[in-house]
Design a binder for this molecule. Structure first.
Ligand code: CTP
Ligand code: MG
Length: 549
């Protein structure tokens, strides 16, 4: 017999799918996605935030019985959902039905006695579960199933892709394997909520919101967690209440600019994370960047975190990308495949540098889809014309207005297949006049480049900024060469597709293999400069591991 709470959850999830409730757009089957009523970004974020506030994180001993554990935790109130995962040990995420249960649990928990070391007391929602008698932890067999938080290994991905029935099937398979799962989304929001608790020690009314790929519908398992420390609800922007002749303000310290204020706040929060944050390690303050940030790892969740402040525009651009990703199921499938393709060919990297970023690639795909005939995606200017009173938004003088209601946007009449779109994407950017044109999703048209950067993608809201200013000519050339080569591979494929029994990498799988021109250039380098034995061996091993992949 299945436990009752499981049955309810299953029924709830099916009903939620139909109404577009509870699940992130990422977790809905691609075909049904277009038909359901779509939620606003702000609604999804509000629900996730409220859910995270009822949730706790518990580090558990390895050999634990799920049934006994859940019974023990349920003393503090009914549990809505739970799951286990591995990251530096076994962890459980417990979502209570009510917030009060968290306080009840906290009241029953003590600060540990660490023996030779001294604990810095901090009352968080991150706990350690221990056996009362470690020598006799109970007789039941451990039966915990762990949910996966990582993308598939490349071998598994290749197998799945080779087994697919069509290229469209391949692109949808890749999306399904890489997209952020329901559990991963919960863990991301919980991590923000835990960081908010730490920041709230200094700034009681602050909010820590996720932005970027964790919430813009284009995140893949394993991507970083971008967070934004929102202080606007601390009353900073409110005009303040007047009564008769008087008005009261807080006494405050002042600094010469908004940037310095942000740097000071992030510096203090960085110290807090370093000194008090359970599980926060490797805290780096990068305060002189254009957008100052604190970078750290949250060991228990396994996320690399970037905490910024005063970054409302980035949150707005996450909302815009969410709209585009949710409008038509082909958008995310295409973006995920192109991001994977770029990663497989080292066009993108986790290290900052002159490479194209995932954000730039996403903008390029959106632009390409706006250029189809008929357009698959509307322009940002069109989304602005659909905005109502509540959507009006100006941040630091930049007009960020666009409709937040996805249901106002008519579905596109474009019926092109993913296979065709992928091939056309490579063809389009393989021949794009990057030397004179800029990519502009606001107008959905090429514009003359306002400056000489090799790749120019206009920031949709801060229109004087180039999203891809970091990209140098040689990285752009590499992108163009690979795009041309990939278009060519797909055209050849079309003529002679191997039978599925042959197990030859085909379609998308063939595109993710190391490129022909790259192997040729390696061979050329090898010929030109007779390398030492060690380097030659290294090159050979790179080539053969590439082939294996
Ligand atoms: N951003 C921006 N301009 C840039 C870089 C980033 O506006 N030149 C904003 C975007 O909203 C972006 C977010 O900052 O989504 C986070 O940046 P980043 O982590 O680099 O990109 P992600 O979209 O999160 O993609 P990834 O999965 O690679 O982290
Ligand atoms: Mg990111």
């Amino acid at each position: 017999r299945r436990p009752v709470h499981r049955l309810f959850r299953c029924a709830g999830t099916v009903a939620a799918d139909l109404k577009g409730e509870e699940q992130l757009p990422g977790s809905v089957e691609p075909d049904s996605q277009d038909k359901i009523l779509k939620k606003r970004f702000s609604e999804v974020q509000k629900e996730r935030r409220e859910q995270a506030q009822r949730t706790v994180l518990i580090n558990c001993p390895n050999k634990i019985s799920e049934k006994k554990f859940i019974k023990y935790i349920s003393q503090h109130g009914p549990i809505n959902s739970h799951f286990f995962y591995e990251s530096f040990g076994l962890h459980a995420v417990i979502e209570f039905c009510q917030k009060e249960s968290v306080a009840s649990l906290q009241d029953a928990v003590c600060t540990p006695n660490l023996g030779t070391e001294t604990a810095i007391p901090f009352r968080s929602r991150f706990f350690n579960l221990k056996w009362t008698n470690p020598l006799n932890p109970g007789s039941e067999q451990p039966n915990v199933q762990c949910s996966n938080q990582l993308p598939p290994a490349s071998k598994k991905l290749f197998q799945l892709l080779c087994r697919a029935e069509s290229m469209d099937d391949q692109l949808n398979t890749l999306l399904k394997e890489f997209q952020i799962t329901e559990e991963n989304a919960k863990l991301r929001h919980l991590t923000c909520s835990l960081i908010e608790d730490i920041a709230a020690a200094y700034l009681p009314d602050c909010t820590v919101r996720p932005f970027g790929s964790s919430v813009n519908s284009f995140g893949k398992l394993g991507c970083d967690l971008d967070m934004f420390l929102d202080l606007d609800e601390t009353g900073r922007l409110n005009p303040g209440k007047t009564s008769g002749h008087f008005q009261m303000e807080f006494q405050v310290k002042s600094v010469p600019s908004e940037r310095i204020a942000t740097q000071k706040i992030l510096s203090v929060i960085g110290e807090c994370l370093d000194h008090f944050g359970p599980g926060c390690v490797g805290v780096q303050k990068i305060l002189n960047a254009r957008c100052p940030l604190v970078r750290f790892s949250q060991q228990a969740s396994g996320f690399q975190c970037d905490l910024t402040s005063n970054n409302r525009i980035a949150l707005k651009s996450s909302e815009l990308l969410y709209m585009y990703g949710t409008l038509d199921s082909r958008v995310r499938a295409l973006v995920f495949s192109i991001r994977c393709w770029a990663r497989a060919h080292s066009l993108t990297s986790s290290i900052p540098g002159a490479w194209i970023t995932n954000f730039s690639l996403t903008m390029m795909v959106i632009f390409f889809l706006q250029r189809r005939s008929p357009p698959l995606l509307p322009t940002l200017d069109y989304l602005k014309t659909l905005a109502d009173e509540g959507d009006q938004c100006v941040i630091e003088g930049h007009n960020c207005t666009f409709t937040s209601d996805l249901n106002r946007i008519k579905p596109s009449g474009n019926t092109e297949t993913l296979e065709l779109l992928l091939m056309e994407f490579f063809e389009y950017f393989g021949n794009f006049a990057f030397n004179k044109n800029s990519i502009n999703i606001r107008q959905g048209r090429e514009q003359n480049k306002p400056e000489s950067s090799p790749l120019h993608i206009q920031n949709p809201f801060e229109t004087s900024l180039n999203v891809s200013k970091n990209v140098n000519q040689s990285q752009l050339q590499k992108f163009v060469d690979l795009a041309r080569e990939s278009a060519w591979i797909l055209q050849q494929e079309d003529k002679a597709r191997p039978s599925s029994a042959s197990h030859q990498p085909w379609g998308l799988a063939a595109l993710l293999l190391p490129s022909v021109s790259h192997s040729k250039s390696l061979a050329r380098k090898k010929r030109k400069k007779p390398a030492s034995e060690r380097i030659r061996n290294l090159l050979d091993s790179i080539k053969s591991s590439g082939k294996e992949q």
